[in-house]
Design a protein around this ligand. Structure first.
Ligand code: NDP
Length: 283
């Protein structure tokens, strides 16, 4: 017992909690820094979300992460939103500050932080596969970084169009929709960044994304949000064609780095987090 207060952050997950890689990363990083902080994870059913947020307030939690299916609904119970979270209409990270719960979204910021290790997105032509939560978060952040254009490639046109309208209408970046429903999408020459933000590849290292990989060029950076397994078929194909590649582990580590900074006000050791994640995933 140190006698000092222990700060707590919480993760509210929608599915049964068998383990949480983010909790593993945080606990390691808190311990490495000698901080009296704890990260705890609970399964919260949809009907229990309002009470869970009230519980965060009552128990003095310093913040929390919210995962599917809570990322949109949780907004109703918060006191305010960051610009990016408001644009995305989704929150994955809550910061308790000055007696208020403020919603943030660190998914897209985590992606951009790892992307910047390879390429500056400003002025880049981007192709993104998918139009779900991850694609939305990444597209908004890339828009805020000043990319030249985003091409959204999605199977379901209505969902893709919603993302295009958000990026071109509210973020103010040229954006158009292409379909992947009938044939593999051929990437235009001049594209600098290609991102798989669909769930294709999750749990299946051989799964194919609907892209004509013959159109990948060595000048392109190819990224995948899928982190388990991290060496997706797309990344292997892209590396074979000479592209620089970025796996989904960097995004997951960086969203945790950003959350840590938001909650504690100091930077964690990102290497400790990355090692913890790799150990958790058995890599
Ligand atoms: P959503 O369910 O919101 O969106 C899934 C997207 O994938 C949709 O665009 C969907 O298209 C598309 N899709 C799924 N299956 C197929 C298929 N067979 N063929 C074509 N398109 C398909 O999921 P999220 O956006 O929340 O998550 C996507 C992935 O991102 C997951 O694997 C998740 O684990 C990962 N992720 C990684 C993070 C990280 O830190 N590395 C952070 C957050 C997410 P349609 O609209 O047509 O259904």
């Amino acid at each position: 017992m140190t006698g000092k207060p222990i700060h707590k952050v919480v993760s509210c997950m929608g599915q049964p909690v068998a383990g949480n890689p983010t909790e593993f990363m945080f606990e390691r990083a808190f311990a490495a820094a000698g901080l009296d902080w704890r990260y705890v994870t609970f399964e919260v059913p949809e009907a229990g979300l309002e009470a869970a947020v009230a519980g965060m307030r009552a128990m003095g939690f310093r913040g929390g992460n919210f995962t599917i299916p809570h990322k949109v609904k949780v907004i109703e119970y918060l006191d305010g939103l960051s610009t990016a979270a408001e644009l995305m209409g989704a929150v994955n990270c809550v910061n308790a500050t000055n007696g208020q719960l403020i919603g943030e979204n660190t998914d897209g910021k985590g992606f951009v932080a790892s992307l910047k290790e390879l390429v500056d997105p400003q002025g880049a032509h981007v192709v993104i596969l998918g139009a779900g939560g991850a694609a939305r978060a990444i597209s908004v952040e890339l828009g805020l970084e000043g990319v030249a254009e985003i091409v959204v490639v999605n199977r379901t046109a209505s969902r893709g169009q919603e993302l295009v309208d958000l990026i071109s209408g509210r973020v103010g970046i040229p954006c158009r929709l292409e379909s992947s429903a009938e044939r593999d999408y051929a990437i235009d020459t001049g594209t600098e960044i290609v991102i798989n933000a669909t769930s294709i590849g999750l749990g299946d290292a051989e799964a194919r994304v609907p892209l004509d990989v013959e159109t990948l060029e060595a000048s392109m950076v190819v990224a995948d949000v899928v982190f388990n397994p991290p060496q997706t078929r797309l990344l292997r194909d892209a590396a074979e064609r000479g592209c620089r590649v970025l796996d989904g582990l960097g995004m997951l580590v960086n969203q945790a780095v950003i959350g840590y900074r938001i909650w504690t006000g100091v930077d964690p050791d990102a290497n400790v987090m990355r090692e913890a994640l790799e150990e958790y995933l058995g890599l």
